[in-house]
Write a protein that binds this ligand. Structure first.
Ligand code: KG4
Ligand code: ZN
Length: 348
């Protein structure tokens, strides 16, 4: 069985074909980074237009790479939300049109559920139940994942998402958008203990808050600039390293506490911030000591991609319909999802 996955929820056009027997058959990804860079964030209208330009040739390219024709596909999955509504509509419209033309089922997919399942594309997939840390540019969630579609939100951010905090602090350090990767690179040369930034709400429940940490970084930079004008390279690196240490510390602490509270010993990391090397190292080290197994998808499966959409489409294949309405939901809480029906119309 071959499922085509289409991801267009934000600034990445992702396409992949997934086969439950062979894994990822072929995939393609186009990042709109350069398009949005000079605006310091994603411009929704530009994102939609670019998905329109890239999507069809990318589907052709992915099919050709996998030695497939459109008629080889058994179903088409697309990101139906949450995300930018115009961008979602591009993927949803093409997926639905294609499925109608081919007479194949189409499956709307929840973007965050797809992130949550992405680790299952790896050689040693996690089995249910597990705690998932979902940290991206728009979300920071701790989810008790009991089974497919059985999610309880244990904690979430009260203000900035983890990735957003990396992006905003990177901006304070005059680094390009998205700030996570350049900030992590700069932090390599810095001393993580040079500044003692706050670890907000460390001992209070499982919710996160990153805006106080961001403000502390801003004040430290303003103080340093006030003293001598231009900031030295070393000081910038020290600030980056100290911020990263505080953010990672907070995320790790909450993950371990969530495992403790739920009694689960499997932790799955998902979303763009999951690519952060320090986060991975610390979770492995500190989680290991508590007997927790940590699963990470490879970096390219942490960030937005078509393969996780195709995989989720396969898991939800029983919900496929032959000619449904196009679904585009900018807001869509993860815990509204339900387990798929065991037997229903659609693909078997
Ligand atoms: O999941 P994602 O690709 O897109 C969504 O937001 O859905 O996540 C992007 C976020 C950005 O905020 C980016 O700065 C952050 O992930 N990010 C990182 C790293 N790589 C990407 N943050 C910290 N360290 C990284 N290595
Ligand atoms: Zn994402």
């Amino acid at each position: 069985m071959k499922i085509l996955g289409i991801e267009t929820s934000c600034d990445e056009t992702g396409v992949a074909v997934y086969d439950p027997h062979g894994g990822i058959v072929a995939e393609g990804l186009y990042s709109q980074l350069d398009l949005h860079a000079r605006f310091g964030g994603v411009v929704p209208e530009l994102a939609s237009r670019d998905h329109i330009a890239k999507l069809t040739p990318m589907i052709r390219g992915v099919l050709a790479d996998g030695g497939m024709e459109l008629s080889d596909l058994d179903g088409i999955a697309y990101t139906a939300g949450p995300g930018l509504v115009g961008a979602l509509m591009v993927g949803g419209s093409l997926a639905t049109g294609l499925a109608m033309g081919l007479g194949k089922p189409v499956i709307p997919v929840h973007h965050m559920e797809a992130h949550l399942l992405a680790a299952m594309l790896e050689d040693e997939p996690p089995s249910f139940p597990f705690v998932a840390l979902l940290v991206s540019g728009g979300h920071s969630l701790l989810v008790e994942t009991r089974g497919l579609g059985d999610y309880a939100i244990l904690g979430e951010t009260l203000d900035d998402a983890a990735g957003e905090a990396f992006d905003k602090v990177a901006r304070l350090l005059s680094l390009p958008y998205p700030g996570g990767p350049p900030l992590a690179a700069l932090a390599e040369h810095g001393d993580p203990e040079a500044f003692r930034f706050p670890r907000p709400m460390l001992r209070k429940g499982l919710n996160f808050s990153f805006s106080g940490l961001k403000t502390a970084v801003r004040l430290a930079l303003e103080r340093a600039a006030g003293n001598g004008g231009r900031l030295s390279e070393q000081l910038r690196a020290d600030v980056a390293a100290s911020f990263q240490a505080a953010a990672v510390d907070t995320l790790v602490e909450k993950c371990l506490r969530a495992c403790d509270e739920t009694g689960l010993d499997r932790l799955v990391i998902a979303g763009g911030v999951g690519a952060n090397i320090k986060l991975r190292q610390q979770l492995k080290a500190r989680g290991g000591k508590q007997g927790i197994t940590v699963h990470y998808p490879r970096q390219s499966l942490c960030t937005d991609n078509g393969a996780m959409i195709a995989l989720t489409g396969w898991h939800r294949r029983h919900e496929a319909a032959e000619s449904p309405a196009i679904v585009a939901r900018p807001r869509w809480p993860l815990d509204e999802l339900r387990p798929p029906p065991v037997s229903a119309a659609g693909l078997n």
